[in-house]
Write a protein that binds this ligand. Sequence first.
Ligand code: PMM
Length: 266
Amino acid sequence: MGIVNVTPDSFSDGGRYDTLESAVEHGRELLDAGADILDIGGESTRPGATRPFVAEELDRVVPVIRELAAGGALVSVDTMRAEVAEAALEAGARIVNDVSGGLADPRILDVVAGSEAAYVAMHWRAHADRMRDFTDYSPDGVVETVRRELGERLEAAEAAGIPRARIVLDPGLGFAKEPHHNWELLQQLDVLAGLGCPLLVGASRKSFLGTLLRHDGVPRPVGEREHAHAALVALLADRGVDILRVHDVRATRDALAVAAAMKGPA
Ligand code: PMM
């Protein structure tokens, strides 16, 4: 899944693709590099970000989705809002990627249920301006707690009428998580796979990679985390992850090719 952030303020690529032309061109580049899915988002979820108005979010994503879907791309919309999900589906999106797992705007579950779309439910606890206050995973630890809380979101989605076969789960790396929480979740993805749905993982350019690579106490800047991410992708190849949400599709494809070659002929 290649990322197209149509936002002025994303932590990783804010402002680079915030016009229709640049976003569509970027989407096409990601497809050429081997993306199977394009994830189009109009709201930055970086820690501390403030939310755009609904009209702003709609203006950002709908034209980009319409154009890329019309060109034959499998498009996902990255939104927490029912209204945006509905407009995106009308414009041709076939996946709703909801980082809040239905908590921010529960009506989004009804919108997806009333469509044929797939639904990505990510583990989430609070909006970006407050998520740093929600990193306590005691007493059970992050893996067990995320499994339980994601399980609740899965139940809510099914109760709203979304069949389990259309639901994908995501540990939500970096969302109300300290760096060590992200590593524990990555180490024990099998626990989340036990919930019985495909898994999506989004680690690309995230700050826990920057923290890992810090030098003299300074985290590695966002644009210089790609090699570490490619190494992670290669190591995740055998861990039952179904969808990787990434900025650099080519590096991801290369890492997967290396991992496949090391496994030997099928
Ligand atoms: N991360 C971001 C945005 N959307 N969606 C899913 N399903 N999983 C993620 O980990 C995720 C997401 C934030 O990263 P970005 O600003 O680089 O898009």
